[in-house]
Design a protein around this ligand. Structure first.
Ligand SMILES: [Zn+2]
Length: 366
């Protein structure tokens, strides 16, 4: 059976009417029973995909905005690698705004918008805030490296809720989607947006195992109108220069944002937590380089859930290969972690080499 025959025609037609096309490059790439063969097959295909993307048209507009930061256990962030007594680092959640051309006209994607208040119902965050109590509440704005909201950041960028065509997340951990996407009783903040989500991730959220529950916002997807959700079974090109590529591991239904911006490719997911995760041999975080050398690891997993660690390892190699080298930091890659470790004074001994700050390229057209 060819790669093409694996794609149901009905889904293909529905996507085509939106200007979305299935990416066939990775279909069957993980079919070998030998993980090492899977890794090398994915790496080769990722390299070809990168070259193909770079030969195409970049997106018109690319912006990343910092939304909210939260404490995160160091032991998860760089699984088994860190030698430090600092128990928590801070991760910073960001959203991307991307405008691009499609066969159906110009479209705008909002990737990773967190509902800051709604997401606090996630059991992991609840456990943390219960522990900190009122002191935590009082110091929230001051303690965290940054604390904003999607509404504020979009307003600052001059982008209206009506102009968002698509919303997507690399996975659904902590996400309360109803404020944005609406329910049977409320219209939702983004009236025209459709949610693009891998079918596996959506299905996972409807029937979580106890090992997953701590990380998902209870009822975060409940009662969202079906017509606002597009379930994906494959990696897809959303239009010129922007793709959602399946990168299972951190969660089963994980995907990564891939964007062609000028002459660079940027990739984003939460399989890894910083630039050091994708280039551990360059890392100055205590223990990371040594751990990578000792076990011959070319990436370090983000390990809070480990839904599938073999897939996660392969996906991270795939991500850094598609992203390619960072032009300003030799040895590092253009992977912008969706929850990237933030720099803070009290975690300065376990800080990554650099952090992708807020970025803005091109002009948004309303
Ligand atoms: Zn996650």
């Amino acid at each position: 059976m060819t790669a093409k025959e694996n794609i149901p025609t009905s889904q293909n037609n529905a996507l085509t009417s939106l200007g979305i096309s299935v990416i066939e490059d990775f279909i069957g790439a993980r079919s070998s029973s030998r993980p090492k063969e899977r890794l090398e097959e994915v790496r080769q295909r990722a390299l070809r995909f990168r070259e193909r993307l770079l030969a195409g048209t970049p997106v018109d507009y690319f912006q990343s905005v910092d939304i909210v930061s939260a404490p995160y256990p160091t032991k998860y962030a760089y699984l088994n690698a860190v030698k430090s007594l600092v128990p928590f680092i801070f991760l910073g959640n960001r959203a991307f705004i991307i405008q691009f051309q499609t066969s159906q006209g110009k479209k705008t994607l909002l990737f990773g918008p967190a509902d800051v208040e709604g997401n606090t119902k996630t059991p992991f965050f609840k456990l943390l805030t219960d522990k900190l109590g009122r002191i935590g509440d009082m110091t929230k704005g001051k303690l965290l490296p940054f604390y904003s909201s999607v509404e504020i950041e979009l307003q600052k960028a001059g982008i209206s809720p009506e102009s968002i065509d698509y919303i997507s997340y690399d996975h659904l951990h902590t996400q309360e989607l109803r404020k944005w996407m609406g329910s049977s009783t409320a219209p939702g903040y983004f009236p025209n947006a459709k949610l693009l989500v891998m079918r596996q991730e959506w299905e996972s959220a409807q029937g979580l195992l106890v090992t997953q529950k701590k990380w998902y916002c209870p009822d975060g997807t409940r009662d969202i109108p079906a017509e606002r959700v597009i379930l994906l079974d494959n990696s897809v090109m959303l239009g010129e220069g922007v793709a959602l590529v399946q990168t299972p591991g951190h969660t089963e239904g994980n995907h990564s944002l891939v964007v062609h911006v000028n002459d660079q490719i940027y990739v984003s997911s939460e399989n890894g937590m910083s630039v050091d995760s994708y280039a551990p041999l360059q890392s100055n975080i205590p223990g990371v380089k040594k751990y990578a050398q000792q076990f011959d690891m070319e990436i370090i997993l983000n390990g809070n859930t480990l839904e599938n660690s073999i897939d996660q390892y392969i996906s991270m190699v795939m991500e850094k290969t598609i992203a390619g080298p960072n032009p300003d930091h030799p040895g590092f890659f253009n992977v912008i972690s969706s929850s990237e470790q933030a720099h803070t004074w009290h975690t300065r001994t376990v800080q990554p080499a650099f952090r992708f700050g807020q970025m803005k390229v091109g002009h948004f057209q309303a």
